[in-house]
Design a protein around this ligand. Structure first.
Ligand SMILES: [Zn+2]
Length: 305
């Protein structure tokens, strides 16, 4: 489950809300940052996949608690007696460092120093491992995944890996891919078992069912879909045609994500997805994909656990 990067709940919710309501400027900015961060992780994931490892155990997107403090790690490479703690940054453009502070070159705006975040994660992870009785050394790095990123006045001997150095880094890892033991496997399982699904730092916008635009959202461009025929939908924005069943189920999952307390009933989905005029069609698709809980008046559906 942690073998590839995952979208955070925050990102999923914002992605679903974005085409259905007006987000504030701040929310939009936050959404773009999360989206960009996720794209960076996906790029890293694909790059790393080019280098098959025999023994290395790889974990993505863990949210852990140590010392009563929550911290998130983008990627951990668990190896024999060593863990690589990797923070992936998808910064784009020119930046510079001045007296330990980081700035965007174009406007001089200060950004949060990613080194401090890395050190904090390293400290908290170390603490957690010690608490669990593991004596493992941690090697932390920030991976700057974007090829359009330049950092001026970057001091030497920092735990930075720039895009131009990534292949060399992977080759180095490949050359030292020692067989892992039961100890590393147990540690990996323990890390996964201690992962938290929900962050206490989630910043979700306020929203109500009534205020959201109903209809089905395109998976490619977030435009609204129109009904083409009993099998297909059409996005008028990007022109993509999508199978009606797949599109409907994606929008049912969105409904469930945004309103977990609401029951998935035929009427609820009929109203949410709006563009399908035949209730029979909606019922057929729900029955095909979900578990029906029959009730006299309002039967409802559940996702398979
Ligand atoms: Zn589209």
């Amino acid at each position: 489950m942690h073998d590839k990067p995952r979208k955070s709940k925050e990102l999923l919710v914002l992605q679903s809300l974005h085409p259905r309501m007006n987000l504030s400027l701040e929310e939009k900015q936050h959404f773009e940052n999360l989206e960009k961060g996720y794209q960076g992780e996906i790029t890293f994931y694909h790059q790393l996949k080019e280098y098959p490892f025999k023994h290395q155990l790889i974990l993505y997107d863990l949210l852990l608690i140590s010392n009563k403090t929550e911290f998130q790690v983008d990627s951990l490479l668990v190896r024999k007696n060593k863990i690589y703690l990797l923070e992936i940054k998808n910064f784009e453009g020119d930046f510079y460092i001045q007296q330990d502070k980081w700035y965007v070159a174009s406007n001089g705006k200060e950004i949060r120093n990613p080194l401090l975040q890395l050190k904090r994660s390293e400290f908290l992870l170390q603490h957690l491992l010690q608490q669990w009785g593991y004596n493992v050394s941690i090697e932390p790095y920030i991976i700057f995944i974007n090829p359009e990123f330049t950092l001026y006045q970057a001091p030497l001997h920092q735990p930075f890996i720039f895009r131009s150095q990534l292949n060399r880094f992977f080759k180095k890892l490949q050359a030292s891919d020692l067989a892992t033991t039961q100890k590393e496997k147990a540690l990996t399982a323990k890390l996964v078992a201690n992962h938290r699904e929900h962050s206490s730092n989630e910043r979700l916008p306020q929203y109500e069912y009534e205020q959201l635009e109903k209809g089905m959202v395109c998976s490619c461009c977030s435009g609204m879909l129109t009904y083409l025929n009993y099998k297909m939908t059409l996005c008028k924005k990007c022109g993509r045609q999508e199978n009606l069943e797949a599109a409907l189920m994606r929008n049912v999952r969105e409904f469930h994500l945004l309103f977990p307390e609401r029951k998935i009933t035929l009427n609820a989905i009929y109203d949410w997805c709006k563009i399908i005029s035949s209730k029979k069609t909606v019922r057929r698709i729900l029955k095909n994909n979900l578990i029906l809980i029959p009730r006299k008046k309002y039967s409802y559906y559940l996702f398979e656990k």
